[in-house]
Design a protein around this ligand. Structure first.
Ligand SMILES: C[S@@+](CC[C@H](N)C(=O)[O-])C[C@H]1O[C@@H](n2cnc3c(N)ncnc32)[C@H](O)[C@@H]1O
Length: 201
């Protein structure tokens, strides 16, 4: 996507999911229904994660950056970070965010286990580890998947969230909640419990 094309249509990108997905090549668009957060979900999440407006938010497993970009567009005074293990997805995210001209966003290539969570205020998590449990609809076959990895990542995330201060907010989407420590209070659940809003006591 060239920035000329992006700016030509800049007012339309966030209108519908289909419109937004045009920022990406077909191979990425085909993964969207299963793997990238719908725009209407991001609108609910971003309000909760930015109660003041200038927070640093981390998307744990940011894929091609769809959540971060829709959130950054909605909350221009907050800053959105995404950590993603697949370098090709980070490149798609960087290209799309450049085309949109968003400056309150940064994508980090790496494993979330390597990040210091204390650098961030609040967190978004779209059940990123689930791909270790399923046989179909995987993003690709280029990484190792296993139940052991699923359990390891859940434990790591649990420990990192446990160390965060009181008032830390987390939103989970399609999560079983195994990664949420017991001192996080469930504030609200929406969409038949698929979307959950948590805060640390
Ligand atoms: C369901 S997608 C969600 C993408 C993005 N959060 C969104 O909603 O648009 C989950 C992403 O998490 C990434 N992921 C899974 N395990 C990870 C890990 N341990 N560290 C970093 N990224 C990871 C996957 O590669 C995938 O791109």
């Amino acid at each position: 996507m060239s920035s000329a094309v992006a700016s030509q249509n800049e007012n339309n990108w966030f209108e519908t999911d289909a419109q937004f997905h045009n920022l990406y090549p077909l191979s990425i668009r085909l993964l969207a229904v299963r793997h990238w957060t719908p725009l209407h979900v991001t609108q609910r999440v971003v309000q909760y994660l930015t109660p003041v407006g200038n927070e640093n938010i981390l998307d744990i497993g940011s894929g091609v950056g769809k959540f971060c970009m829709a959130a950054a567009n909605s909350a221009p005074s907050a800053f959105f970070f995404g950590v993603e293990q697949r370098n090709d997805l980070v490149k798609h995210a960087d290209a799309a965010s450049k085309a949109l001209g968003l400056s309150n966003i940064r994508f980090i290539h790496g494993n979330f286990t390597q990040l210091d969570f204390k650098l961030f205020d609040h967190f978004y998590f779209y059940n990123s580890f689930y791909e270790n449990l399923i046989d179909t609809d995987k993003i690709d076959d280029r990484i190792d998947y296993s139940v052991e990895l699923y359990n390891y990542y859940n434990r790591q995330l649990y420990n990192k969230l446990k160390e965060m201060p009181s008032g830390t907010r987390v939103v989970t989407f399609h999560s079983l909640g195994e990664e949420i420590p017991s001192d996080y209070h469930l504030v609200e659940a929406q969409m038949n419990d698929l979307l959950k809003f948590w805060i640390k006591k």
